[in-house]
Design a protein around this ligand. Structure first.
Ligand SMILES: [Zn+2]
Length: 507
């Protein structure tokens, strides 16, 4: 310790002596005609934030209003751009759905953008249709910007690369293959289509557009990573060549836009090389590849604000590429973007008392509620992800449960005709009496409902527990009084229930 202090103070002294000299040199260098690029910066006109926002509002595709649109929904939207775009059918998915390519622009720099290779990752696809509307318009205040793009760029879009996955709203294709692990083997027709499109077009820039789970945060902070970015590695050494550098530079410019609207909510993905992934390989094949991952944002379950952010940063990036404005940024600025974490939970209950062997232990419970597709919508399944000391995680909702005890719930004796025979008020009344579940005579498993109580049809019992993997269905009580219910991972304050939406199913 002593030697460290000594060394440190010596260094400080050295720095103080030399600081003045160094600063004078820096200033001198800046005033000369080369060096410090503060003045150079002005050479590039960036699109003002207000313009990006206004353009989105004006050109947002009104036919798409939520995440679950299908292949059939986008066909008329592709069709309507036939005049302004060159449209081609690149081939068919496993189940025979068409995969379309839209081309626009007469410039030299080729840029390829592909979205939704994971079927349930549709945010960027929405933004691409907004962008098509923008590019297809004319004679307005955006004409100069549009002209810059048109004369400099040659754009190639593949929206919805995995239409079978999109129709089932699931990640993988109809062969149950993850297309992002099929860049080399080329087992799936969708993978063949993407690879051939890249090989025949040979774009300078590529945009690989995805969604990530909502539990991503900016590492070490409670802030959700609404957008994550990556210039994927092209080798295991994660080296930086010209190709990857251009992607990094462009990302820095995109991040400048994002920091103005979602400060602290952009995370950088781990760049470990994945030999089977498209992003990594397309970078390796010589296309400067940018990965955009759309995460979650408060009160935006259908990701409509994140759709806007995608529109804004893609337009910003295309403009940067058209004007070469990205050259003003450097890789240090890219590496300075904070890393992603996966430290978010839907609910954290701190210091719940659980009784084991007659003894009470205070444990933190970390709970997530994951979505499952059903009947064109979804239900959630709550799960205890981890427990013990949960201080490294952040909850969208947290409760200090000190002094509250884990308490099992009961099944209500009377059988209801169907789920409609109950309402929220009645369900709440039953919860207050210690009932966690009701039974119904009519109904089918996986039928959706929005009651704050479990509904059983084919089961007499429900699962519960506080250990990892358990379904969080229990009460929290104090001196025998029920204070809170945790139903399928939803927290309900029994005395003071807040307005919330329950995405439930019949068991
Ligand atoms: Zn993905």
């Amino acid at each position: 310790m002593a030697s460290f202090t000594n060394k440190y103070s010596k260094t400080v002294k050295y720095m103080k002596v030399h600081f003045g000299i160094i600063m004078s040199l820096v200033l001198l260098f800046c005033f000369s005609s080369f060096g410090c690029n503060a003045a150079d910066k002005k050479e590039f006109d960036l699109i003002p934030l207000a313009t990006l926002e206004a353009a989105f509002n004006q050109f947002k595709e009104p036919a798409i209003t939520d995440r679950r649109f299908k292949h059939a929904d986008i066909q008329p939207l592709i069709e309507k751009h036939k005049g302004a775009f060159d449209i081609a059918d690149l081939g068919k998915s496993v189940e025979g759905r068409s995969i379309s390519n839209l081309k626009w622009g007469a410039g030299k720099t080729k840029v390829m953008l592909w979205s939704q290779m994971h079927g349930n990752e549709s945010t960027a696809t929405m933004a691409l249709f907004d962008l098509f509307n923008f590019l297809d318009a004319s004679g307005d205040e955006y004409e100069e910007l549009r002209n810059t793009l048109k004369t400099q760029l040659n754009l190639s879009f593949i929206p919805m690369l995995n239409p079978d996955g999109a129709d089932a709203f699931k990640r993988r294709n109809a062969l149950d293959i993850d297309l992002n692990r099929d860049a080399i083997s080329q087992i799936s027709p969708e993978a063949v289509i993407l690879k051939s499109a890249r090989d025949s077009f040979e774009p300078t820039f590529g945009f690989n557009l995805h969604d990530q789970q909502v539990y991503y945060n900016v590492k070490g902070t409670p802030k959700q990573a609404t957008i994550s970015i990556l210039a994927p590695a092209y080798n295991v050494e994660t080296e930086v060549n010209d190709v990857r550098e251009r992607a990094m530079q462009t990302i820095v410019g995109m991040n400048e836009v994002l920091q103005q609207v979602i400060p602290g909510q952009v995370g950088k993905y781990d760049d470990e090389f994945e030999p089977r992934a498209f992003g990594d390989n397309i970078q390796k094949w010589g296309t400067s590849t940018i990965l955009i991952e759309s995460g979650g944002y408060t009160d935006d379950p259908e990701k409509q604000y994140i759709r806007q952010l995608n529109f804004m940063i893609i337009l910003n990036a295309l403009h940067q590429i058209a004007t070469k404005a990205y050259t003003q940024y450097n890789t240090d600025q890219y590496f300075a973007i904070p890393d992603n974490g996966v430290q978010l939970m839907d609910l954290i209950l701190n210091e719940v008392q659980v009784k084991v062997g007659g003894k009470l232990y205070p444990i933190d419970l970390a709970i997530r509620r994951r979505e499952s597709e059903a009947n064109g919508s979804f239900f959630v399944s709550g799960s205890v992800e981890d427990l013990g000391d949960m201080q490294v995680f952040f909850g969208f909702e947290e409760l200090e449960a000190t002094g509250l005890t884990f308490t099992e719930g009961k099944v209500f004796e009377k059988v209801f005709e169907n789920v409609e025979a109950l309402d929220k008020a009645k369900a709440l009344e039953l919860l207050k009496q210690g009932y966690m579940a009701v039974k119904v005579k009519n109904g089918v498993a996986k039928q959706l409902h929005s009651l704050p109580i479990l509904v059983l049809k084919s089961n007499d019992k429900f699962s519960s527990g506080w250990t990892t993997g358990s379904t969080p269905n229990f009460f929290l009580s104090k001196d025998g009084d029920l204070k809170y219910a945790v139903v399928n991972g939803y927290l309900i304050d029994l005395e003071n229930p807040k307005e919330q939406e329950f995405k439930q199913r019949i068991f």
